[in-house]
Design a protein around this ligand. Structure first.
Ligand SMILES: O=C(O)CCC(=O)C(=O)O
Length: 312
């Protein structure tokens, strides 16, 4: 009897989960085609940003190959901002290493991804005193995101990560494995290296052309709640190793990437990799698949319209 009941409740749970997943997919498509993204596209079409040459190049490279890479100083001619970012990095690294030396109980990590220690994680208040928030909400970056996505985007997530070195014999887990991000297909992430990153430090890796619209888009194609983690062997069978791009580079390397394409990284076996990251997505993502990681604690009414939109 008990066994039957258990079987029955398992089946109910399975059906409920399947229905819930179907509802989430339907909500995403509805928001993408009809509701929030449509409005966002209209807002963008009404007030298109004027991009300079550097911004235009980023947008056209991400469109063509799924990524663009450049020194931070090419996009931001602002030495003070870079100094503030380095000071933020130094404080974070010092606090993290002190915590780790004390046993590591109080570091901010997410379950299943304990190798990434986060400055913020979720549910934090951030303001313009945070230099990475300042950079990511500036029109230098936001206009790139909006022009690539061809709509007013949402700034969904930002953080600074400290990737803890792993034994070389460890298995790759979570985002160390090839995957497409679940967040959205209208997606632009940026990664800013805050230390030099070589081959052993878990550089970000990407399959150019695997972004929606690219030549590898159909390999485990992106779909809301889709199959986005093939095994490493399966992926390597379909996509030759020579097609993979590994982003080694000095500190201040800035990578823009549509991570609805295949990517992985953070498997350092030597020194900690420290980077800042941000995610811009479409409103449909926040309506169905994701949640914003932070709350803007400043005055919304003092922001211009696209920035207010991105933060709310
Ligand atoms: O840490 C990395 O290089 C990969 C990050 C990643 O997979 C992601 O942000 O989706």
């Amino acid at each position: 009897m008990h066994r039957q009941k258990t079987k029955f409740s398992h089946r109910v749970n399975r059906v409920a989960t399947a229905l819930e997943r179907r509802g989430i997919r339907a909500t995403y498509h509805l928001h993408d085609r009809m509701l929030s993204n449509r409005k966002s596209r209209r807002l963008f079409a009404h007030e298109q940003p004027e991009l300079d040459g550097v911004q235009q190049r980023i947008v056209s490279e991400v469109e063509a190959q799924g990524f663009a890479v450049l020194p931070f100083g090419e996009l931001f001619r602002d030495a003070e901002l870079w100094r503030d970012l380095e000071a933020q990095r130094d404080r974070f690294v010092e606090e993290t290493e002190a915590e780790l030396a004390a046993g590591g109980e109080n570091v901010r990590v997410r379950q299943g991804k304990e190798f990434v220690i986060r400055l913020h994680s979720y549910g934090v208040d951030v303001g313009l005193d945070d230099p990475w928030f300042r950079a990511t909400t500036s029109r230098r970056m936001l206009d790139v995101a909006n022009a690539y996505l061809r709509m007013w985007s949402k700034l969904e997530y930002l953080d600074v990560w400290y990737s803890v070195p792993q034994p070389a014999s460890a298995e790759r887990v979570s985002s160390q494995r090839w995957h497409r991000d679940y967040n959205d297909k209208h997606l632009l992430k940026a990664f800013l290296y805050l230390v030099d990153v070589d081959e052993e430090m878990g550089p970000f890796q990407y399959v150019p052309g695997s972004q929606p619209g690219g030549p590898y888009a159909d390999a485990w194609a992106w779909s809301p709640l889709g199959e986005n983690y093939p095994t490493e062997e399966e992926l390597e069978e379909k996509i030759p190793a020579s097609a993979v791009h590994a982003f080694t580079g000095p500190k201040a390397t800035l990578i823009f990437c549509n991570t609805a394409g295949f990517h992985r990284g953070g498997f350092s076996t030597t020194n900690p990799r420290v980077l800042a990251t941000v995610t811009y997505s479409s409103p449909a993502s926040l309506a169905s698949l994701t949640e914003r990681s932070y709350e803007f604690k400043g005055a919304h009414e003092e922001l211009d319209a696209p920035t207010r939109f991105a933060l709310s």
